[in-house]
Every structure is written in structure tokens, then in C-alpha cells.
Design a protein around this ligand. Structure first.
Ligand code: CTP
Length: 401
């Protein structure tokens, strides 16, 4: 099941856009529609709302979403964006980066695969301006679908007919099959630090920002997984497609939240920087400063991932490790001790890597002996490269099953 954003622009074939919505829904996808003011002369937002089951904003300023920013919300929501029919004007606006209505602003904010199915009179299609626009769009990675030849609404015969909805749906599905490689996978991700109380206001914690775990949860959701995220204290917001976000504080709370969700998961990515010790005695009253220096006796916390790995079954477990010495030797020992399928090792003392940075450099060690280097990149890009690498374990499981 994919989330498809369908843009309908002004053309007499706008009704075919509605047919395409119906075709996608028939194939089990979710569809949200955006229709330009030109398109609304042929098909009404109400018709599309009835077809798709989602509200169809009438214009850029008629905000239907609770957060009040439709174009950003829609751009994040969608796996793919299909504009059908795409009028000559819409092609020109997309090529020029013009953002003057909901369809065009959403297109600029959207980062996934974009398909455009032109529909217009032959002379308009063959005009050098339109040909140039199609070339510009294609060079940016937009899939501009071929037009079919035949009798056009204007009475002329020639190229310009929009591709049939069934063919468009076939093409989009073929493309998506390669993009949603985690579809059907139930993923559990931990993120952030844990914090262990000393008294009602003070804690022992670490400097993890949670960004790596949140980036992994987002990348998994974008690639079709059902994602549940368990996070320690952080101010980050989860990707809108993360199914559940559980916010915890202590290691024991994180262990409980993960333990409850582990059975119904196929993949656990343990990106949390779990506190290794907690104060043995937690004061119920705030400790007064007048008492002078205090002694904190720290006791080890439970190793969450090792406990979960003990009841692993055929689940895939990926851990993280911060190693300041020799990352490969230290990481491999941890992977074996904890019973993991793979471990992502990084050295926090290296520039651009570690808990508080926006970038990371990772050495990924697999239980089968393979080692992969993921060079310094943003945590968002690393998350995707890591998922590319982890996919081999899921394939192995699938092949064995
Ligand atoms: N981890 C865990 N529970 C703990 C400590 C760590 O589940 N109490 C997990 C982390 O989420 C990570 C992996 O174990 O996926 C390795 O964490 P790391 O802190 O590098 O290893 P430690 O076991 O804490 O070993 P050390 O502190 O000695 O390096």
C-alpha cells in the first residue's frame, strides 16, 4: 500500500484524473487529491473527496490540516506524487519552480518520485516551449509520461491524449515496488538518551540528541515499514508516518516499552544511548544543597538489547556502539556478546561523528563477518544507507522462510 498524492490540473481530461484515483484505490493504495482552480471547472473537490475519503483543499489558503500548512503536510505524507492530467501551464510552472497555488507549492516541497501525465492539444505539446519544459523536468528526475495519439477533445487528431489511467497505475506501481522495500516490515526503533533520576529534579544522562534514531524511524516509514519509536528525552518530533511514538525517561521504562512491542516486530534497531548506570538510591525529596557534597552510588542498568536478543527468534536486531578505541575489534566483541545481526559503530571523538552532531560516520559490522564503511554524511542519509545494508538480512530471512 502506497500513499499517493494525485494532482489534477485544468484540462477536459480532468475526469480521467478522478478515474486514476479510483484505479489506485482499487489496487489498495491511499490517495489524497489536489485540484487546481482550472481542474475544478471539470471535476469538483467534493467528487474527489467522496472518491478518496480524504478532504480536498479548494485552494492554497483553505487550510484543512490541523497544523495549518497543507503543502508541507501533503509533501511529507506522500510516497509518490502523480500529476494527471498535467496541463501545458502546469508543466511550465513546475519547470520554472513557480509556486502560486497548492499544487505547485506542494511540488516544490516534495522530495519523492514525481510523475506527470501531460494532456493537451498536439500543437501545444509539440510547441518548443512545452518541449523545453518537458526536457527540464526530465533532467531533474521527473517522469514525464508519454502521451497517446488519437482523437483529441478539440477535434484534432495527433499526440496529446493523456496516458490511460490503468497504464499510469501500472507504471507508478512498478516504480514504487523498488522504493518501498520495507513494506510489510514491522520495525521497532529506540532513540535518544535515557535519564536516571537522582532525586525528583536531577538526572544522570548522556549527550545523545536522538537524531540518528529519529532519522532511522523516518527512513523506515518512508520506505513502507510500520514503525514504532521508543525514545528517551528529546525535543525531536517523529516523522508523520511513524505509527507510534512512546516517550520514556529511564532505562527500565525503555526496556518495558520495547519489551511489550518486541513480539510484534520483525526488526529492532537499537539506536538509543542507554544509560549504563543508575543511582542506586533515588531520593524522594529534592536533595538540599546545604548538605554539601554527596556520594552517588551508581549501579549497572539492564542491557536492554542483550535481554531482547535472548528471545530473538527470527527477528533482525541491529545495535549501535560508540567506540573510542579500535572500532572493529570493540564492535565485533559487542555484536557477539549481545547476540546481534549487525552493529553500527562510530567513534564520538572523530570530527563530525557521535551523539550531538548532525552528521555521522559509521562502520557497519555484520554477524556473518561482512564489514561496510558508510562515509561521513548527514544522519538522514546515513539512515538510508544503513537500511540499504540491513535489507540483506531481511532478504535472507524471507528466502529461508
Ligand atoms: N544498550 C542497551 N542497554 C544498555 C546499554 C546499551 O540496550 N543498558 C544497547 C545500545 O542501545 C546499543 C548497544 O547496546 O545498541 C551498544 O551500546 P554501547 O553503549 O556502545 O555498549 P555498552 O554495552 O554500554 O558497552 P560499553 O559502555 O562498555 O562500551
Amino acid at each position: 500500500m502506497a500513499r499517493i498524492l494525485l494532482g489534477i490540473s485544468g484540462s477536459v481530461t480532468a475526469y480521467k484524473g478522478a478515474e486514476l484515483a479510483r484505479e489506485f484505490i482499487r489496487r489498495g493504495h491511499q490517495v489524497r487529491a489536489i485540484i487546481t482552480s482550472g481542474g475544478q471547472r471539470f471535476v469538483t473537490p467534493l467528487q474527489l473527496q467522496a472518491l478518496t475519503g480524504f478532504p480536498v483543499p479548494k485552494d492554497q489558503w483553505a487550510s484543512e490540516q490541523p497544523d495549518g500548512i497543507d503543502h508541507i503536510y501533503l509533501a511529507r505524507w506522500a510516497d509518490t506524487f502523480v500529476v494527471a492530467p498535467a496541463s501545458a501551464n502546469t508543466l511550465a510552472k513546475f519547470a520554472g519552480g513557480i509556486a502560486d497555488d497548492l499544487l505547485t507549492t506542494t511540488a516544490l516541497a516534495f522530495e519523492g518520485p514525481l510523475f506527470m501525465a501531460p494532456s493537451m492539444n498536439s500543437k501545444m505539446l509539440l510547441h518548443p516551449a512545452t518541449a523545453d519544459n518537458i526536457e527540464i523536468l526530465s533532467s531533474r528526475g521527473v517522469t514525464v509520461l508519454d502521451c497517446e495519439e488519437g482523437e483529441l477533445a478539440c477535434g484534432e487528431t495527433g499526440p496529446g491524449r493523456m496516458m490511460e489511467p490503468v497504464r499510469i497505475a501500472d507504471l507508478v506501481e512498478t516504480r514504487l515496488a523498488g522504493q518501498l522495500d520495507y513494506s510489510g516490515i514491522r520495525a521497532l526503533v529506540s532513540a535518544g538518551p535515557t535519564a536516571e533520576p537522582i532525586d525528583p529534579v536531577r538526572v544522570v544522562t548522556n549527550r545523545s540528541s536522538g537524531r540518528m534514531g529519529f532519522a532511522l524511524a523516518a527512513a523506515l516509514a518512508e520506505r513502507g515499514a510500520t514503525v514504532r519509536l521508543v525514545t528517551g528525552p528529546t525535543t525531536l518530533e517523529a516523522h508523520p508516518r511513524v505509527a507510534e511514538t512512546v516517550r520514556v525517561m529511564t532505562t527500565a521504562e525503555m526496556a518495558e516499552a520495547l519489551g511489550e512491542r518486541f513480539e510484534e516486530s520483525d526488526l529492532l534497531i537499537m539506536a538509543a544511548a542507554v544509560a549504563d548506570w543508575r543511582p542506586e538510591d533515588v531520593s524522594e525529596e529534592k536533595l538540599p544543597r546545604e548538605d554539601g557534597s554527596i556520594d552517588l552510588h551508581l549501579t549497572p542498568t539492564r542491557d536492554i538489547v542483550a535481554d531482547l536478543a535472548a528471545r530473538k527468534g527470527d527477528r533482525i536486531i541491529v545495535g549501535f556502539a560508540l567506540e573510542t578505541g579500535d572500532p572493529v575489534t570493540g564492535g565485533r566483541a559487542k555484536l557477539e556478546r549481545k547476540g546481534l545481526d549487525a552493529i553500527a559503530v562510530n567513534d564520538p571523538t572523530e570530527e563530525g561523528a557521535g551523539p550531538e552532531t548532525e552528521t555521522n560516520r559509521i562502520t557497519l559490522l555484520h554477524a556473518d563477518g561482512r564489514t561496510e564503511e558508510l562515509p561521513l554524511q548527514s544522519k538522514e542519509t546515513i539512515a538510508h544507507r544503513l537500511l540499504d545494508a540491513v535489507h540483506s538480512h531481511l532478504r535472507r530471512n524471507r528466502d529461508q522462510g
